[in-house]
Design a protein around this ligand. Sequence first.
Ligand SMILES: [Zn+2]
Length: 483
Amino acid sequence: MTDLAQLALDVAKHYGASYADVRIVRYLRQNLTSEDERIRAIHDSEDIGIGVRVIVNGAWGFAGTARLTREEVQRVARQACDIAAASATSLREPVRLVPEPPRVASFKTPCAIDPFAVSMEEKVGLLLEINRRLLKHKSSAGVIKKAQGHITLRKDERLYANTEGSLLTSEVVTTGVWYQATAVGMGDAQTRGYHPPPLTRGYENINADDLLNNCDRVAQQALEKLTAKECPVGVRDLILDPHNLALTIHESVGHATELDRALGYEESLAGRSFATPDKLNTLQYGAEIVNFVADNTLDGGLATWGFDDDGVEGQRWFIVEDGIFRGYSTSREVAGEIGLERSTGGCRADHWGSIPIVRIPNLSLAPGKQPLSLDELISDTKDGIYIEGMGSFSIDQMRCNFQFGGDAFWEIKDGRIVGMLKNVIYQSITTDFWNSCDAICDERFWVPNGVLNCGKGDPMQIAQMTHGASPARFRRVKVGGAR
Ligand SMILES: [Zn+2]
């Protein structure tokens, strides 16, 4: 494979490339979906190919192929150069990459159990047993009518080389599982799910005992939601659990601080951002206790890949430090536009045939520095709502005005949980919301949840990243019924 990569680089240089990089990537994917007492789908795929990216006359060109022969690799390397040369004729500004020291290195996910070596019987058996345990529940209000489960397994083997002398290899294994019960009764249908954190880990991350032990609770809470009170309309203090926060962080901080969006280069899919570079180091993004740490070296993080598709090493930096807006996720191309000397390493492609784009890193809300438990936080809240899990969301084009739901909701009165609510949504403006944060539980309660299906780009690419958090409280947030 190294020979083919070198050949592509040589051909690119021959046809005028001032810079070229090549990725040869093999993807293994296994997705299992269960529904009620059957397996609804098993997708099992393997895909390998090469992508060649070049700069000729200051413009990008890209081409790829799934046929890994010397002739074909020569053809695509030349094609990438032809495309770049053609693009250069309408160029306004030549592409400039900030420097990255060349490296020869390899990275591998810690993986005790290869998920692709685990038998299909074991995986199918687990999903069916989960569904069986969910479906046996009923109450005076209703019955569990539907159970769904899902296992996602990914292995990406990458070889990256560029004309600056970098030669990098990685093997990243990702494992995730979730399930959901739907209760029907009282003229209503309500769902409740269980989503342990997906991680870059082997099959040891699929903890069968933990999954099975949570089935009764999840089914009971789905049933309890049928008789829960509707969400009040007004202003409440919110306590958000790490899983709910993961999506709010993703949408209101992660996408808002992708530098290509902030510069106006990426408009698809609510693509721009209010967090423009003139606000760096001055904007009060959140309260002083709010720290957003980007960390592509995070153990088990979904964006912990060793290096990005620019060949830039995984790094750790602040997006928001003590409430102040401090940084972006960048590629080598856009980093220079705001005067950075090095890219933060956020340039990633979802396939050998996709052009890498700026991506959200592992981006987490740092735990509170004072000892604080979830129970203590609830005890300290007079009139509030505690929210667990992810629900629906919507956010505007500039990543400002938003609305989020959740998976389960409890009313808090005078420091005690008094019952479940349903159909809760909260609405705010990104900076108002994060500035209303007045308490964050400590590191004992920090959970590295994440997103496996972040869509961006045109044509759309899918990426994964971790968003850790501890439960946190937000004062006086607008809430309203979802129906
Ligand atoms: Zn996303």
